[in-house]
Design a protein around this ligand. Structure first.
Ligand SMILES: *[C@@H]1O[C@H](CO)[C@@H](O)[C@H](O)[C@H]1NC(C)=O
Ligand SMILES: *[C@@H]1O[C@H](CO)[C@@H](O)[C@H](O)[C@H]1NC(C)=O
Length: 468
């Protein structure tokens, strides 16, 4: 989602520079340092450093993960984008073309695309093929053995149970459609202003464990608070128990990741012939530069790494589920399905080998009753955030917002199901722990987004160094 706060922050930054008499040119730091100097070394709440993550992600994980996400199993995501917003009257629908999501329906491929030049007809052919594949994926549920069908009944019960962190999207609804994620990339849409502002505001204000006594807005962008107030805010954050602080940091990390994508795939140029998307350094600086954001930017980037570690940890924990011989990445193409499963396992083993995993044992480690209550609170807050995604006015932002919250919700579900995963039978249906195709697709795609963000940070670092 685009927040549209860049402008406000830029303005505040400028006012601050003027009023404090500090010209930018007086700062000895380079542009790259101003975004990244504080984003290095050890992360709070965990024993991992940024440089290790960068190396691991950018060179070992990212390329293989991209390949996996391009496969049929992972590129089609079924989603209901027409659910009404449960919290307020959602009047504004986004008319921008860049916000539109192309659902996959072979009979709806526009004639214009079919008959256009070779490039477009190739695209159209691919589109038809892809849509046929998507329809085939729709058949997955019909090809189940009796034994599995029994398990499915259990899973369905389970999906409604207290293990779920997300409001299950009613994917049986006629409104739910397969969307090809590769054809609908997350990028700058121009979705800004009061609408986008309201979404993030509601998420931070009403759903991030804000204590009654804190009057200051929790949304770090809500006002141009002075330094002293800011310090109060962060000391409050430090005073929170590690779980509640983690919740805030996950949301902030998600917000940061989305903004990295929007800055990296900005609509730079539009002519009647083509659109050009690419890196917009100004946009990136307005969101993450230490001075322009009064110190917020580097914190947001640290939260992005924190989110990365949490999802990485979940993936390492869920390996036994995917290793079971019964598990298939079913699309109907046997050879490809097997190859993809091998790639998936390779990736998960690589993840497991990461030396500095987040230690979730410090989570909910306190007294049992309190831990249980915290976990429940956590779950309810998170479920709520997934419902808020139905209030996002821009469809493309809603698609990626839903996918990423479902992915993070799945990661949390895994982290809280450690015992169930450990007790899973090696073959045959598993009644205790299960992931639906939706959860699997969203988990890996959500992690793919964060992984891409970390990779993009390297690109921005290089770009910022080259302009100095
Ligand atoms: C980059 O983003 C800024 C806003 O952050 C905008 O004013 C500018 O026009 C963008 N640059 C390009 C080339 O689109
Ligand atoms: C869910 O979100 C709505 C809208 O922001 C809010 O009014 C409500 O208090 C939230 N509920 C919980 C349990 O957080």
């Amino acid at each position: 989602m685009d927040s549209g706060w860049g402008f406000l922050i830029g303005l505040l930054g400028a006012v601050w520079l003027l009023s404090s008499g500090h010209g930018e040119q007086q700062s000895p730091e380079t542009a790259a340092q101003r975004c990244f100097c504080q984003v290095s070394g050890y992360l709070d709440d965990c024993t991992c450093d940024v440089e290790t993550i960068d190396r691991f992600n950018n060179y070992r994980l990212f390329p293989r993960l991209q390949k996996l996400l391009e496969s049929d199993y992972f590129r089609y995501y079924k989603v209901n984008l027409k659910r009404p917003c449960p919290f307020w009257n959602d009047i504004s629908q986004c008319g921008r073309r860049d916000c539109a999501v192309k659902p996959c329906q072979s009979d709806e491929v526009p004639d214009g695309i079919k008959s256009a030049s070779y490039k477009y007809s190739e695209e159209a052919n691919n589109l038809i093929e892809e849509c046929e594949q998507a329809e085939r994926l729709g058949a997955v549920d019909e090809s189940l053995s009796e034994e599995t069908q029994k398990a499915v009944l259990q899973w369905t019960k389970h999906d409604d149970s207290s293990d779920n962190f997300c409001e299950a999207d009613d994917i049986q609804s006629p409104d739910a459609e397969y969307v090809d994620l590769l054809l609908n990339p997350e990028r700058y849409t121009g979705y800004k202003g009061p609408d986008a502002w309201k979404i993030w505001n509601v998420i931070y204000e009403e759903n991030c464990f804000k204590p009654q006594t804190i009057k200051r807005p929790l949304n770090p962008l809500a006002s141009g608070q002075g330094k002293s107030e800011e310090n109060t805010f962060y000391s409050w954050l430090e005073g929170l128990c590690v779980e509640k602080r983690a919740f805030y940091r996950l949301i902030s990390g998600l917000h940061a990741s989305i903004n990295v994508h929007l800055s990296a795939r900005y609509l730079l140029q539009e002519t009647w012939l083509e659109k050009k998307w690419g890196h917009n350094i100004t946009e990136f600086q307005q969101r993450f530069d230490g001075i322009l954001t009064e110190g917020e930017g580097p914190r947001r980037l640290k939260n992005l790494y924190f989110l990365y570690l949490i999802e990485l940890r979940a993936l390492s924990k869920v390996l036994p589920f995917f290793e079971r011989p019964d598990f298939q990445l079913f699309t109907g193409n046997k050879i490809q399905d097997e190859e993809n499963k091998m790639l998936l396992l390779e990736i998960l083993h690589e993840i497991k080998s990461f030396p500095l995993h987040f230690d979730e044992n410090s989570f909910f480690a306190g007294d049992k009753k309190e831990a249980h209550k915290l976990k429940e609170d956590f779950r309810l807050h998170f479920r709520n955030i997934s419902r808020i995604m139905d209030c996002v006015g821009c469809f493309k932002c809603r698609l990626w917002g839903k996918l990423q919250t479902q992915g993070l919700g799945t990661a949390l579900k895994i982290l809280f199901s450690e015992k169930l995963i450990a007790n899973m039978p090696e073959s045959g249906p598993s009644y205790e722990f299960h992931l639906t195709r939706q959860e699997i697709v969203s988990l890996f795609n959500a992690f793919g987004r964060i992984s891409t963000s970390v990779k993009e940070l390297e690109n921005f670092r290089n770009l910022l160094q080259s302009i100095h």
